[in-house]
Design a protein around this ligand. Structure first.
Ligand code: R5P
Length: 280
């Protein structure tokens, strides 16, 4: 297999040949891609996150070049794939972004793996509107990072993150709970008060994505009132679109970490091993 690895160092966990590509920008911003390795009739793999719109274009050009140069197959791993949150039609006329993006990728690759994609609520292989996708869970890695907590209790900031909390709690050998949350708008949530039994606990607050940080800030507020010993935060995809809210989370927690699916200054939990396991 020839591996085209864009920023994950998966090769340190896998015996494979590293593929080489030349990627540059034209003066007007257009992207240029050239595959330098000999890939005709060879099995290839591509590992690349899509964090911003132009990453998507770059990925399409890479996949297109592999196809046009005769790759036998392409195993695609997109650790963070944006557009997966619009997974339903909420109002008539809306674009079902997750389906469109996955359909486009599936025209280049029959094997697509994502990490904790918001489209799915469980893990393994799924059919999503005719596209076969493998959803990989990285919450065990987050929990392993927090094995250092002395008296842990895992809290999910909404019901949707309950499975994540359960996974982390099983690794840490502790209880978990969730806070009932209602989303009002992209930047507003309301949390219903709940007694979380976190007195003197080292709370680990987990969510799949931290986007603006609104959900985590509100959850920290409620947990703090209940006198825990400490509050740590773990997420898979740390997007942190709002710097002020990110700083507030840092100020009001002992530690915050994410995996390196989405690069930031707290993306300390490495998922390269997980990716390698899914490429063999
Ligand atoms: C929502 O269902 C997700 O699991 C996250 O809770 C959400 O994306 C977090 O967004 P924000 O950080 O903007 O509250």
């Amino acid at each position: 297999m020839i591996l085209f690895d864009f920023g994950f160092d998966v090769e340190k966990n896998l015996e494979c040949e590293l593929g080489e590509a030349e990627i540059k920008r034209f003066p007007d911003g257009e992207i240029y891609v050239r595959i330098l390795s000999e890939i005709k009739d060879k099995e290839c793999a591509v590992v690349k996150s899509v964090q911003k719109n132009e990453d998507f274009v770059e990925l399409l050009l890479i996949l297109g070049a592999l196809k046009d140069n005769g790759a036998k197959s392409v195993n695609l791993v997109v650790p963070y794939l944006m557009y997966m949150r619009q997974d339903k039609i909420f109002k008539p006329g809306e674009s079902l972004s997750a389906r469109t993006v996955l359909r486009v990728l599936s025209s280049f690759s029959a094997q697509i793996s994502l990490i904790n994609s918001h489209v799915f609520r469980s893990y393994g292989k799924f059919d999503f509107h005719g596209v076969r996708v493998n959803n990989i869970d990285a919450f065990r890695e987050i929990a392993q990072y927090y094995k250092k907590l002395g008296n842990p209790k895992v809290i999910a900031p909404d019901k949707g993150a309950c499975d994540a909390a359960k996974t982390c709690a099983s690794v840490l050998g502790c209880d978990f709970d969730f806070i009932p949350k209602k989303r009002i708008s992209d930047t507003e949530v309301v949390m219903e008060y709940k007694d979380l039994n976190v007195l003197d606990k080292d709370v680990l607050l987990v969510d799949d994505i931290i986007s603006t940080g609104t959900s985590i800030i509100e959850a920290i507020r409620m947990i703090e009132e209940q006198n825990p010993k400490s509050i740590s935060v773990g997420c898979v995809h740390g997007i942190f679109t709002d710097r002020e809210k990110f700083d507030l989370i840092k100020k009001n927690s002992t530690e915050i970490v994410s995996t390196n699916t989405f690069k930031s200054d707290v993306s300390k939990v490495d998922v390269s091993c997980l990716i390698a396991e899914n490429l063999v």
